[in-house]
Design a binder for this molecule. Structure first.
Ligand code: AHR
Length: 507
């Protein structure tokens, strides 16, 4: 009898699961195309921090790890696969103590410094200007270089830019040639400082605006390079720097803002794995807060730049947890789970909704640091769930977004009150309509009915646990698998599992 009962329960399980499903409606308005999704919102941030550069990408040409002129071959291939459009370097906080002259010339002769911000370790400068700009070229990304406004002069910045970008016969351009690079590199973006409100100099906003005016005056490249200058702006819910910079910062093309997603509070952030559901919910809630920051910063920008010529650049964003136990202090090494995949997808969807202002974003940081795409351990490499989201979202690079609204459902946990589903819709460069669907609810699937017709095929990223992740022992525990839509009374519909990110093309 017990066996029969058990069989009956097992037979009923799919039905029970369906019964728990949340009904959600999605409306995509293809009559109102928005401004193009800048590919640069898929940018990466690369700092001299922990194992982000050394070990993560740069192993040197003599390493046993297969490499292309010193860059790990596996990592380069993985980065090319997600079509990294732009890389920001050398920091972060590191940038305002960085002397570019330390990182040029024969490697054996480069000075060794202490990386005071990140673990107090020695920095041998074997990765410098040539290594970064050649990496950007190798991967096919634009270079975004942050100049030092904290501890060097405008003259230094001007000389560095001349060294990198001049095609003349000047002494600096010739020095670059002697160091192995004939043609100038293209430097598309120049950051005028980093976090001037904090590690970049603890400035007052008015002083930071003056610093911006002064350094931007001298931070030049050849006119036909079309280099864009980015002013260091505000962070989190502090809008003062954005306001003062827009008002008094002189001429610039982009205003930066930094926002990190932390499950709890900064001094006690919470773990990257093994977290309770309350921290799943709070993390996603905090990630969604980026929309408020976009909206409020855009309102400020609209006052001073009603024609919307200046871009809003989220040049640092992502999750920040307690470091992995046992990892080197100051190296900001953290695991990356399905929760991070959702955080990434929510940010990208929000950036898609504000393309009239958001022109660049750089996730922090590309490899082995914070919300990384890639983790490495000696010769081993794993792709994180965040990597998979960036890969699935490639069709959104340069796509034309459409407004998409969601109704129905809802996911509550403690103080967190979230939608069940988040959606982004856009017409890709290949002419196809793409949808991204994120189920924020870690427990209940969603039955999503759209106003669209047709069929849809794509891939989905999901897992059994909220902290499903790839490890060096199990590198493919989570990766995208095929996913398709169905029909509900003639409308395109989806049965979206709990805690999942899907991207589909509608035919
Ligand atoms: O990404 C780590 C650090 O966070 C950066 O160096 C700094 O700009 C920010 O505070």
């Amino acid at each position: 009898m017990r066996r029969i009962l058990l069989s009956l329960v097992l037979l009923m399980l799919p039905a029970l699961a369906m019964a728990q499903s949340v009904n959600v409606s999605v409306n995509v308005d293809t009559s109102k195309p928005g401004a193009e999704i800048s590919r640069h919102i898929y940018g990466q941030f690369v700092e001299h921090l922990g194992r982000g550069i050394y070990e993560g990408i740069w192993v040197g040409a003599n390493s046993k790890i297969p490499n292309i002129r010193g860059y790990r071959s596996d990592v380069v291939a993985a980065l090319k696969n997600i079509k990294v459009p732009v890389m920001r370097w050398p920091g972060g906080c590191f940038a305002d103590l960085y002397d570019w002259r330390d990182g040029i010339g024969p490697r054996a002769k480069r000075p060794v410094r202490v990386n005071v911000h990140w673990g107090g370790v020695t920095e041998d400068n074997s990765f410098g200007t040539h290594e970064f700009l050649n990496l950007a070229e190798l991967v096919g990304a634009e270079a975004y270089v942050s100049i030092n406004v904290g501890t060097l002069t405008p003259y230094d910045a001007s000389q560095w830019l001349e060294y990198m970008t001049s095609d003349s016969k000047s002494s600096l351009a010739n020095e670059r040639r002697r160091n192995g690079r004939d043609k100038p590199w293209k430097v598309k973006f120049v950051g005028i400082g980093n976090e001037t409100w904090g590690c970049g100099g603890n400035m007052r906003p008015e002083y930071a605006a003056d610093i911006q005016r002064r350094y931007a005056t001298f931070a030049n490249t050849p006119r036909d390079m079309g280099t864009l200058k980015i002013a260091s702006g505000s962070h989190d819910d502090n809008y003062e720097f954005a306001e003062v910079m827009m008002k008094n910062g002189g001429r610039f093309d982009g205003l930066s803002v930094h926002y990190y997603t932390v499950p709890r509070v900064f001094r006690d952030k919470g773990a990257a794995t093994g977290f309770p559901e309350a921290e799943w919910a709070s993390t996603l809630g905090h990630a969604r807060h980026v929309e408020t920051i976009v909206t409020k910063t855009a309102e400020i920008m609209d006052k001073y730049d009603p024609a919307r010529k200046i871009g809003l650049y989220f040049d640092e964003w992502g999750t920040w947890y307690d470091q992995e136990p046992g990892s080197t202090p100051g190296f900001l090494y953290q695991q990356n789970t399905l929760r991070d995949a959702e955080v990434a997808a929510l940010h990208l969807n929000i950036f898609h909704r504000h393309t009239d202002r958001v022109k660049m974003a750089n996730i922090a940081q590309m490899i082995n640091v914070l919300q990384a795409m890639i983790l490495t351990d000696k010769e081993k490499m794993v792709l994180t769930p965040t990597y998979h989201v960036f890969e699935m979202y490639v069709p959104f690079q340069g796509a034309t977004p459409y407004p998409a609204s969601v109704s129905g459902g809802g996911y509550r946990n403690g103080d967190s009150n979230l939608p069940s589903v988040d959606v982004s819709a856009a017409r890709g460069k290949d002419g196809k309509l793409y949808l991204s669907l994120v189920n924020l609810d870690p427990n209940r699937p969603a039955h999503v009915v759209t106003n669209l017709s047709g069929t849809a095929k794509g891939r989905i990223l999901t897992g059994a646990a909220m902290d499903t992740r790839n490890t060096f022992a199990a590198p493919h525990a989570i990766r995208p698998v095929p996913f398709s839509g169905s029909s509900d009374n003639g409308k395109l519909a989806f049965d979206l599992p709990a805690k999942a990110v899907a991207v589909v093309a509608v035919e």
